[in-house]
Design a protein around this ligand. Structure first.
Ligand code: FAD
Ligand code: GLY
Length: 369
């Protein structure tokens, strides 16, 4: 059966759903296909931190992009709430990234110098803000505007809003290949159907490389598994998110506290290991002894989509007409989802992406020729 769309998006994670939402706002006829359930992969595993300063190693392009994307959340969430009626549990609780060595201190002080909204604070101030933290530290970067959301609910509110505005989303419909003719992509094929479109966007997270390989395109990148767990406490022992290398503590609504996350590169395995969770537990209790009184809730794992560099891959696939990619958001896909949605919608409207990520130049080098 032949069906025609302006844009087909492969993957209904937070990135695919954010793009679908922005495109339907611009009256495009959109189809999203996912091999499983909406938001069933990394986008449900994420801690949902909107941490502009925590995971970019001082990359100024990404810092600017992340700040811009984070600042889009309040207005976007209000829009999504009006359309879908969903609350995504946004809290702007601030974030402390702790320093433990002189080199951490130097790096965080430098970051505070280039950032408009994060400041360096000494250890006494960290203790004043979060008196229940036990571990000795050498100060922290404090980002008062950072916050967090429920990543799963954000993805669902984007998808449900896109559907209300006219998008079609088909779950359990793995894309097996592209319809192509002399360098022009004009649709996709699943096991039982072909779908035609002017444009196809691959937003398949850690699976984007495999999806694009069916068109003979090789993108660099690999999966990085992460495990997390959550506990419930009588009262919240911390107000702000505490970020350290290898372990973060994220206060969620309703006295839930999320602890993440491990890093295991080059695996698509989504099982939870005792070794991973016990390392996280030990580190978390060392940081915040009250956690020992937390009531166990659950543990889970997901697979982050990493490129060879920290930058996501966003833009047209070189050498192709009608084929684009938005993937490789690694540890920051939730944070970067609002901006990615807008940039891809702009691209579909004929405006090249040149700002912020400076993706044109950097992307080109990430595709293997
Ligand atoms: P995904 O959510 O993985 O979606 C890709 C989709 O493509 C999937 O639904 C999949 O089923 C589908 N797909 C794959 N192959 C096919 C096919 N052939 N046909 C059709 N569909 C297909 N980011 C933050 O900003 N803040 C955080 O605090 C944070 N914490 C994290 C904690 C953990 C433990 C993990 C694992 C990640 C975390 N991230 C965080 C990163 C974030 O989750 C990802 O960057 C983001 O979810 C990527 O979204 P995506 O839509 O690209 O990928
Ligand atoms: N951004 C948190 C993580 O990827 O674990």
């Amino acid at each position: 059966m032949n069906k025609y769309y302006d844009v087909i998006i492969v993957g209904a994670g937070v990135i695919g759903c954010s793009i679908a939402y922005q495109l339907t706002k611009r009256k495009k006829k959109v189809l999203v296909l996912d091999k499983g359930k909406i938001g069933g992969k990394a986008s449900s595993a994420a801690a949902g931190m909107l941490g502009v300063h925590t995971e970019f190693d001082g990359d100024e392009d990404l810092l600017k992009a992340a700040t811009k994307s984070r600042d889009m959340f309040p207005a976007l969430l209000q829009e999504l709430n009006e359309i879908s009626g969903m609350d995504v549990e946004f809290i702007q609780n601030g974030m402390l990234k702790l320093a433990f060595t002189e080199s951490d201190q130097r790096a965080l002080r430098m970051l505070s110098a280039v950032s408009k909204d994060a400041e360096w604070i000494p250890e006494e101030e960290v203790s004043r803000l979060e008196p229940r933290l036990s571990i000795r530290n050498m100060g922290a970067l404090y980002a008062g505007k950072d916050g967090n959301v429920s990543a799963r609910k954000l993805t669902l509110s984007l998808s449900s809003s896109a559907v209300r505005l006219g998008a079609e989303i088909k779950e359990f419909s793995p894309v097996l290949g592209f319809l192509q003719d002399r360098g022009k992509c004009h649709g996709v094929r699943t096991q039982h159907e072909t779908y035609h479109s002017s444009e196809v966007i691959v937003a398949g997270g850690a699976w984007s490389r495999a999806i694009l390989s069916t068109a003979g395109v090789d993108i660099s990148g690999y999966p990085v598994k992460g495990e997390c767990f959550s506990v419930m406490l009588e009262s919240p022992p911390i107000k702000r998110t505490i970020f350290t290398e290898g372990c973060y503590l994220v206060p969620k609504q309703g006295n839930h506290l999320l602890v993440g996350a491990t890093e295991h590169p080059y695996t698509f395995d989504e099982s939870v290991t005792l070794g991973g969770i016990s390392r996280l537990m030990n580190k978390a209790i060392e940081l915040l002894p009250d956690l020992a009184y937390g009531h166990w809730e659950k543990a889970w794992a997901g697979v982050r989509p990493k490129t060879e560099r920290t930058h996501p891959l966003i833009g047209r696939v070189p050498g192709w007409e009608g084929l684009s990619v938005a993937s490789g958001h690694y540890r920051n896909g939730i944070l970067l989802s609002p901006l990615t949605g807008i940039l891809m919608a702009d691209l579909m409207d004929g405006n090249e992406i040149t700002s912020l990520f400076r993706l044109g130049g950097k992307n080109e080098r990430m595709f293997e020729k």
